[in-house]
Design a binder for this molecule. Structure first.
Ligand code: SIN
Length: 486
């Protein structure tokens, strides 16, 4: 059946293979951050509906986990193909609810499709081990099994790909899932469920529970005896609460939390390329990613040239509605984001930063913010330790390699770091010295389904993507077969 635009705009949640309303029929509105208009309304669910979804996932677990990985792969691949086929529709929906430019929205949908395609194959390679036994007449085997029902709680900045990045390995491993999408962006999650159904995913394997208040839903997931694993992407604050709540049942947990990415330009860097990379890293999704360049450190010998070239490029970034194909910077997600960025800028200026570009709400008003560049930054400013999550590029000057490494590491965060250098000895020294889960050298873009995405320190636990991402949804079983001596 060919789906139409309107088939993707759901006003019901997806539980046990059924499209259902909240108990009592309550719903909440989803807004377009570009103009605050109402896009639609979705069910306002809570604990009761979440427990139903968990039960549905549990009912589906035996059937799904006992299918061969090859059979599961057929459905996951189909899901991926459908995402690609309907990418234009899904991109419009995402831009409407999240605000990002349509080209970025489409590439997010395709990024999500990549996870389904890749894990469809990787699920077939969940190899175990045979370990030489120290006991006569015995054999030791290690097998991997699906962990069980998983709860996934996902953010508004990537309303589709962050679900795909968790659901694809979970389902490939043989798990079933209850998904709680961000309350700001539930529509892309429901659209994913439309395609899951279309791909032939059995009822109950993937469930989406929507709700305005995340607390009762998240608590029901984390407290449940049935749910064996929770994976969350979002703030550190919430991640810590979820971890505490999951400790009641000692659940396995993956956390992909905030970042404060350093972006270092050494004296031997190709400055033009570093400028390109900084623009990509900093302004993607209007600066609302966990891996955005948060602190740009530039060596004093190339500082002026970098700033000049960088500002010239930033001036060309068009701010506007994400639905306008010329826009490269959409609105921020809400008013609170505007307030936070203004506070960050005021704080930096009061401590000596120079405002070189932007700094205010854009003339389009509402939640559009001017791409901003601050220079003369120092370590006392809030931006040096806090996540910016806005189109603001703070540029620091540095003199020596060890000092900049120390500054880059002087944070509780440890998600992504970037640097530019052409000296191979320096490259390896810096790669090994940076306390980050991801280090990108001479590039500003690093996301791919084939590599392990995740942080150290307070940026999280676990990895998503690659063969390592599959292990997050599997348990090891050590099998000792004894009495085999003839
Ligand atoms: C994130 O901001 O957490 C995700 C970014 C990505 O996967 O590229």
């Amino acid at each position: 059946m060919k789906l139409k635009h309107e088939d993707f705009l759901k006003d019901r949640a997806y539980i046990g293979g059924n499209w259902i309303k909240a108990d009592g029929g309550k719903s909440f509105e989803v807004f377009n951050p570009a103009d605050n208009s109402i896009i639609s309304a979705v069910p306002d669910m809570g604990e009761k509906e979440t427990l139903n979804a968990i039960q549905a996932a549990d009912n589906a677990l035996k059937g799904w986990s006992s299918l061969s990985a090859k059979k599961r792969a057929v459905v996951l691949k189909k899901w991926s193909e459908l995402l690609i086929y309907y990418a234009d529709f899904l991109a419009v929906l995402m831009t409407l609810e999240q605000g990002k430019p349509i080209a970025e929205a489409k590439s997010e949908v395709l990024y999500g499709a990549d996870f389904f395609e890749w894990y469809a194959e990787e699920g077939k390679r969940a190899y175990g081990d045979i370990i030489p036994s120290p006991i006569d007449g015995a054999r030791i085997l290690v097998t991997k099994q699906a962990i069980g029902v998983c709860g996934i709680i996902t953010p508004w900045n990537f309303p589709s790909a962050m679900i795909a990045r968790k659901v694809a390995p979970a389902l490939a491993a043989g798990c079933t899932v209850v998904c709680k999408p961000a309350e700001d962006t539930p529509l892309s999650a429901l659209a994913l469920a439309v395609l899951a159904e279309e791909a032939g995913l059995p009822a109950g394997v993937f469930n989406v529970v929507t709700g305005k208040d995340p607390v009762p839903i998240a608590r029901a997931i984390c407290m449940s005896d049935i749910v064996k694993k929770v994976s969350f992407t979002g703030s550190n604050e919430v991640g810590k609460v979820l971890m505490r709540t999951c400790s009641k049942t000692l659940k396995k947990i993956s956390l992909e939390l905030g970042g404060n990415a350093p972006f270092i330009v050494f004296d031997d860097a190709d400055v033009e390329q570093a400028v390109e990379g900084a623009i990509i890293s900093k302004y993607r999704n209007a600066g609302q990613t966990c891996i955005c360049a948060n602190r740009i450190y530039v060596h004093e010998s190339v500082y002026d040239s970098f700033v000049e070239k960088f500002v010239a490029k930033v001036k060309m970034l068009k701010v506007g509605s994400g639905l306008d194909s010329k826009s490269v910077i959409g609105p921020l997600i809400n008013e609170a984001a505007i307030q936070k960025v203004q506070e960050h800028i005021e704080d930096a200026i009061s401590k000596g930063a120079k405002l070189v570009l932007g700094g205010s709400v854009h003339k389009l008003g509402h939640t559009f913010f001017e791409p901003t560049v601050l220079t003369d930054m120092n370590a006392e400013m809030r931006i040096a330790t806090e996540e910016v999550f806005a189109p603001v590029a703070p540029i620091f000057k540095f003199k020596n390699e060890q000092k900049v490494i120390d500054l880059a590491n002087a944070t509780h965060y440890g998600l992504a770091a970037y640097f530019y250098s052409r000296d191979m000895a320096r490259v390896w020294h810096v790669v090994e010295s940076l306390e980050y889960g991801i280090v990108a050298v001479n590039t500003g873009s690093l996301s791919t389904e084939v590599a392990p995405f995740g942080g150290i320190k307070e940026s999280g636990i676990g990895r998503e993507g690659s063969k390592y991402g599959l292990d997050e949804y599997m348990e090891l079983k050590y099998v000792l077969m004894s009495g085999l001596k003839q």
